[in-house]
Design a protein around this ligand. Structure first.
Ligand code: NDP
Length: 291
């Protein structure tokens, strides 16, 4: 068997086209969606992520504002900027790129963002709303995974889903979204005793470990849907050393899985797409007079 490839690039292009249409409709009514991005410090990877997000906004007709702060920025200055953006009706989404330098209390910064503009979905109130099944901004990566499953016609209700990873930005919200969609969900992590025993039972396996090629073919149930969130580099000594790879050994896994996301070109592009979607949704809510 060769797995069906769940193409995140193609789905992103389709959804971003739809979002551009919605953004243009809002702009025509004087309510162009706007996203403010705050970058603090000199983390090279963060600078690339921010550049990609700003470029994606511009392509979709979303106004983007970028604010750069040095590595030694005072937290009070960033908090003051967030307060200003919270009050600005032309700004519908505020994103603070993580990680922040050590003098910052990340939690305090995320909590300072207005819940209504928290398009990353990291504010405790949005997390609480998600866990209660109320409308909320969902974190972009797991939200993107749900779209991949939906557009890939993968049945979620009644499935056995296994999520490997329990971070606040991927694993935990992923488990909540799958639970709400009717899956029976197991969450695995570094203390899980027999990881393979769990992964082999999964109809839907979502892997967000940050460990290159950790999931081999023998850990996958034949015919399962495998979603690889990981973004790593092939290790030294590997024929593809230095190139981007996931947490799943894609070449081996695709012979066993029923459907699988590649890395790159799977979950990655969907993360930015869902950021755009949340920003357009926030602008739509604001134009309609609130949440
Ligand atoms: P974290 O490092 O915060 O979390 C990793 C999780 O994996 C932890 O819960 C950890 O368990 C678990 N884990 C680590 N090793 C093992 C193991 N050997 N067995 C079982 N569980 C293990 O990472 P993130 O959630 O932030 O990201 C995960 C991956 O996804 C990374 O590669 C990251 O780059 C990528 N990513 C990709 C995005 C995209 O857009 N495609 C967006 C965000 C992340 P424990 O909690 O016990 O430590």
């Amino acid at each position: 068997m060769t797995a069906r490839i769940l193409d995140g690039n193609a789905l992103s292009a389709k959804l971003r086209g739809e979002l551009a249409t919605q953004a243009a409709e809002l702009a025509a009514r004087g309510a162009q969606p706007g996203l403010a991005v705050i970058l603090v410090g000199d983390n090279a990877a963060s600078a690339v992520y921010v550049r990609n997000k700003v470029a994606a906004c511009e392509k979709a007709g979303i106004r983007s504002l970028k604010f750069d702060y040095p590595q030694d920025a005072r937290p009070a200055a960033v908090l003051a900027k967030i307060a200003e953006l919270n009050a600005d009706p032309a700004v519908h989404g505020i994103l603070v790129q993580l990680p922040l330098p050590p003098q910052f209390d990340e939690k305090a910064v995320l909590e300072a963002i207005s819940v209504d503009k928290d398009v990353d979905g990291f504010h405790a109130e949005n997390v609480g709303r998600l866990s209660q099944g109320q409308p909320a901004f969902f974190p972009c990566t797991p939200h993107g995974v749900m779209k991949i499953l939906e557009y890939g016609d993968i049945p979620v209700t009644g499935s056995d889903a296994v999520v490997v990873g329990r971070s606040n930005i991927v694993g935990k919200p992923m488990a909540m979204l799958l639970t709400q969609a009717g899956a029976t969900v197991t969450v695995c992590h570094s203390k899980t005793r027999d990881l393979a025993a769990h992964t082999r039972r999964a109809d839907i396996l979502v892997v967000a470990m940050g460990r290159a090629l950790a999931i081999g073919a023998e850990m996958i149930k034949p015919g399962a849907t495998v979603i690889d969130v990981g973004m790593n580099r092939f290790p030294d000594g590997h024929p593809k050393a230095g190139k981007l790879c996931g947490d799943v050994d894609f070449d081996a896994a695709k012979a066993v899985a029923g459907a699988i996301t590649p890395v790159p070109g799977g979950v990655g592009p969907m993360t930015i797409t869902m950021l755009l979607a949340n920003t357009v949704e926030s602008a739509r809510r604001a134009a309609a007079g609130g949440r």
